[in-house]
Ligand binder design. Structure first.
Ligand code: SAM
Length: 184
């Protein structure tokens, strides 16, 4: 199993887990690199085998990439993926409207947390604006995809969507989607 994250995050997690005496049951190889940069070479150097199908998880990650970096990442994943590889991620849709809503909600949360001493501005970490729909982008590059709207996932699991405003509910129900993709 390969885990790619920012070098500082990999370093922090490695130290924290070691301090707890925790060890993964699977063979785990952490790759510390910024995914906006040239990461495929470093992944290969760590032993990644492109001749075998891979399972990629990019859950909770794509909104942290600028729009062009998201496209480059999906191109790199495609180039590294043998037929039969799988990919999972979520998409907020291409319009930028849901990204903007998420940004506003994060802004409000950060303002609340600041009153309790939390001084990191999470709104600076993501990128708002129009972007390619990740599932559609992969489809156009040789993947089949299956998508489930997040509202349906909440219903299937007996949960309530965590938004109160009707307009936000509608936007989230229609646009926020989890998808799986299979390389063909
Ligand atoms: C919300 S978390 C998702 C975590 C993931 N689903 C998991 O279960 O570990 C977003 C992750 O993306 C990482 N990240 C954000 N931007 C990145 C970048 N440019 N390069 C590498 N990792 C990045 C963050 O450090 C963080 O670990």
């Amino acid at each position: 199993m390969y885990e790619i994250d920012q070098p500082q995050v990999v370093e922090f997690k490695t130290k924290a887990l070691a301090a707890l005496g925790a060890a993964t049951t699977a063979e785990h190889r952490a790759v510390g690199i910024d995914l906006r940069h040239d990461w495929p070479g470093k992944l290969r150097d760590t032993g990644f085998d492109t001749s075998r199908p891979a399972a990629w998880s990019a859950e909770g990650f794509l909104p942290f990439l600028p729009t062009d970096a998201q496209d480059r990442l999906l191109d790199s994943v495609t180039a590294l993926s043998a037929v039969g590889s799988r990919f999972v991620g979520e998409t907020l849709g291409p319009s930028g409207e849901l990204h903007a809503m998420m940004h506003t909600r994060t802004r409000a949360a950060v303002d609340r947390w600041r009153q309790h001493g939390f001084d990191i501005d999470l709104t600076e970490l993501g990128y708002v604006g129009e972007r390619n729909d990740a599932a559609a982008y992969l489809q156009s590059r040789g993947w089949t995809t299956a998508s489930t709207k997040v509202a349906d996932l909440f219903v299937e699991n007996g949960l309530r969507l965590p938004v109160d405003e009707a307009a936000e509910q509608a936007l989230m129900s229609e646009s926020f989607t989890y998808f799986t993709a299979t390389r063909i």
